[in-house]
Design a protein around this ligand. Structure first.
Ligand code: ZN
Length: 370
């Protein structure tokens, strides 16, 4: 790298250090890092921790469509409902934004082989970007992950390690493998770089809709999209491009709800987690929970749970009425939106945007009776 435009700052004790992809934890207190830039945002393009965006390891991610969902907006009584089609990405999920940044900085800092764990989409995405950068990836994923996602990981040439048990078991196995092999752990959840790629989604929404959006509703597991998008909006606010940040509302399955429980003061532990069809957000111990709570509060947003039944109901409703075939996890955001309107958390006469994070094409279809 030519020189760094950023440093890493511990989210717990604020110690700083020079950029690294290998050291994930603060030497002083063991906390995780976030990226701290040395320059001010210009509000035109998101600040990124890479030297030259033209040389980034890109597969053409970003610039996803922002589409008005007229029928669903009307059904819910909203002034307007917009969907950001994040599944229209090279590997079919929003994760590609983060993978581009993480593999670029990894490549520039000399990483040739790395380990990652994922519920499927992030593993598929990082496998593709590893292939493009000429890196070897080892991906740990639940053996119960959707076949389409596991197929993607393999076709991109990564070594797939299928792990039985809940999502957390894949993380534990990956961490064990990191200790054994002494390879770089390019964890999209622990690394501070992955969520930096998400900031562009906020810039793109503002490009199309200005600051008209009052609420953003999104599915949240490890929180990279939440944290990254709020940071994107913060940059735009600081640069004077927008006058307000939308409220961010997070949707989790009732079966796995660490964030909702923490925000609402409910006693809940990862041992309480149950199986869910919302596999993309089945994260029982999110390492960046404190940051997630911080950014939700900063925007005045909220967090809500949804039922298992509502996932397939909304998946089918969006498909048959809007031509929008999302994965179950992403359909859950709309179920959450309906509940937030019902509870009055989101006023009916407001403008809402929902990032549709993943494609329905990767998952087997649940049979639905109606
Ligand atoms: Zn620290």
């Amino acid at each position: 790298m030519k020189g760094f435009n950023h440093r890493l700052c511990c989210v717990d004790c604020s110690s700083t250090r020079e950029p690294s992809v290998k050291d994930l934890y603060c030497e002083v207190c063991g906390g995780l890092f976030k990226v701290e830039y040395l320059d001010a945002p210009d509000g035109i393009t998101p600040r990124l921790p890479i030297d030259d965006p033209a040389l980034s390891n890109s597969l053409g991610e970003g610039d996803t469509p922002v589409v008005l969902l007229e029928k669903t907006g009307e059904l819910l009584g909203l002034k307007s409902l917009w969907a950001k089609f994040e599944f229209m990405a090279p590997t079919g999920s929003f994760k590609d934004r983060g993978s581009a940044v993480l593999t670029t900085i990894g490549r520039d800092l000399g990483v040739t082989e790395f380990i990652e764990d994922s519920s499927g989409n992030a593993g598929a995405s990082l496998s593709a970007y590893a292939a493009a950068a000429g890196m070897k990836a080892h991906v740990f994923a639940p053996s119960s992950a959707a076949a389409g996602k596991l197929d993607q990981i393999q076709i991109f040439g990564a070594s797939l390690h299928k792990i039985d048990g809940p999502r957390q078991a894949s993380t534990d196995a990956a961490e064990e493998f990191v200790r054994e092999r002494k390879l770089c752990y390019l964890s999209h959840n622990l690394s501070p770089y992955f969520s930096e790629g998400m900031k562009a989604a906020s810039y793109e929404i503002v490009d199309v809709l200005g600051d008209d959006i009052d609420h953003i509703v999104l599915p949240v597991g490890n929180g990279s999209l939440l944290i990254g998008m709020v940071r994107g909006y913060q940059e735009l606010l600081v640069a004077g491009i927008i006058a307000k940040i939308p409220k961010f509302h997070c949707v989790q399955a009732h079966a796995v709800r660490p964030l909702v429980a923490a925000l609402n003061g409910e006693q809940w532990s990862h041992l309480d987690a149950l199986p869910t069809d919302a596999s993309g957000i089945a994260v029982s111990k999110p390492p960046r929970l404190a940051e997630m709570l911080e950014v939700i509060k900063l925007t005045g947003g909220s967090a809500i749970t949804i039922s298992e039944e509502s996932l397939s109901v909304w998946q089918k409703r969006l498909s048959s009425s809007e031509g929008l075939f999302s994965e179950m996890t992403s359909a859950g955001a709309f179920a959450g939106l309906a509940s937030l309107i019902q509870s009055g958390e989101i006023e009916q006469d407001s403008n809402v945007c929902v990032p549709v994070t993943g494609s329905g094409l990767k998952e087997p279809l649940n049979q639905i009776d109606d």
